[in-house]
Design a protein around this ligand. Structure first.
Ligand SMILES: NC(=O)C1=CN([C@@H]2O[C@H](COP(=O)(O)OP(=O)(O)OC[C@H]3O[C@@H](n4cnc5c(N)ncnc54)[C@H](OP(=O)(O)O)[C@@H]3O)[C@@H](O)[C@H]2O)C=CC1
Ligand SMILES: Nc1nc2c(c(=O)[nH]1)N=C([C@H](O)[C@@H](O)CO)CN2
Length: 236
């Protein structure tokens, strides 16, 4: 008798890009597990649609390990893991080391430990994927968010290592966006300045990340790559 489809895990899906991708996967009837750090009304919508929501704070090793233990109590199989959770912090003067540690933990330690400890859950599936959501800024650096950028560059590199280590059973790829969606508090001047940084000059919205995720999930011959979803920012 054929088994029901294994769930996909998306981390950090209580808002914005992660929430959009979660809703699109549910639209397609895909079983879903999401992690969240902050309880938000949108999570009730996901729960009512059948998603399992697990609280997680990846800012410490203990928090990552606690999440993995919780996850394994709920499933023995995973179709894919999407590492979307992210802290977009500036290093405040006097608190640089704390910010650096938090971002290395959420952007590198959490994907690293979850990938290693959940490999066997993925290998129960015929086709399995890991997707790291990085940032186009990793290829050029950032004067304003040094630690954020370095930790995203580290996540890009983890993509290469895990793709080599987990082949052929598990594909491992990255999606490297530039601007996808502003925050409500972003003023007109910031929006104009940011839009001018790319050749296409638009705020595309979260659907472009879901389209990229769908491509990686559906293509059996792509691993160890990073999809550049940046509106041609490298051309300016
Ligand atoms: N938005 C954009 O324009 C761009 C986004 N990206 C990347 O795309 C991805 C999605 O972006 P976006 O939706 O804006 O991301 P968000 O800033 O909304 O962050 C996604 C989620 O990460 C969770 N999170 C943050 N810190 C932690 C932590 N320590 N432990 C667990 N969860 C945590 C938050 O959870 P909660 O809210 O529940 O506290 C949040 O909902 C991110 O990886 C981001 O870096 C890259 C370039 C541009
Ligand atoms: N975790 C997050 N990472 C990033 C965000 C965000 O909101 N959360 N936003 C950006 C910006 O879009 C930036 O690329 C231009 O404003 C980058 N990373």
């Amino acid at each position: 008798m054929s088994q029901s489809p294994a769930p996909i895990l998306i981390t950090g899906a209580s808002q914005r890009v992660g929430l959009h991708c979660a809703r699109r996967l549910l639209d397609e009837g895909q079983p879903l597990i999401v992690s969240y750090r902050t309880e938000r009304p949108a999570l009730d919508d996901l729960r009512q649609r059948g998603a399992l929501t697990l609280a997680a704070d990846f800012s410490s090793e203990a928090g990552v390990l606690a999440f993995i233990d919780q996850l394994k109590q709920h499933t023995e199989r995973l179709r894919a893991i999407v590492h979307n959770a992210s802290d977009w912090l500036r290093e405040e003067p006097g608190h640089e080391a704390e910010a650096f540690t938090r971002m290395v933990n959420v952007h590198m330690l959490a994907p690293y430990l979850i990938n290693l400890r959940c490999r066997e859950l993925l290998e129960h599936c015929e086709l399995a994927d890991i997707v790291h959501i990085t940032d186009d800024v990793a290829r050029r650096g950032s004067a304003n968010r040094v630690a954020y950028c370095a930790s995203k560059a580290g996540l890009e590199n983890l993509t290469l290592s895990f793709a080599a280590q987990f082949a052929p059973r598990i594909k491992v790829n990255a999606i490297a966006p530039a601007l996808v969606m502003f925050h409500e508090h972003d003023d007109a001047a910031y929006r104009e300045k940011t839009l001018a940084k790319s050749a296409l000059g638009i705020e595309p919205g979260a659907e472009v990340i879901y389209q990229s995720l769908r491509y990686l999930l559906d293509n059996p011959y792509v691993t160890g790559t990073s999809l550049c979803v940046n509106g041609g920012r490298h051309l300016k």
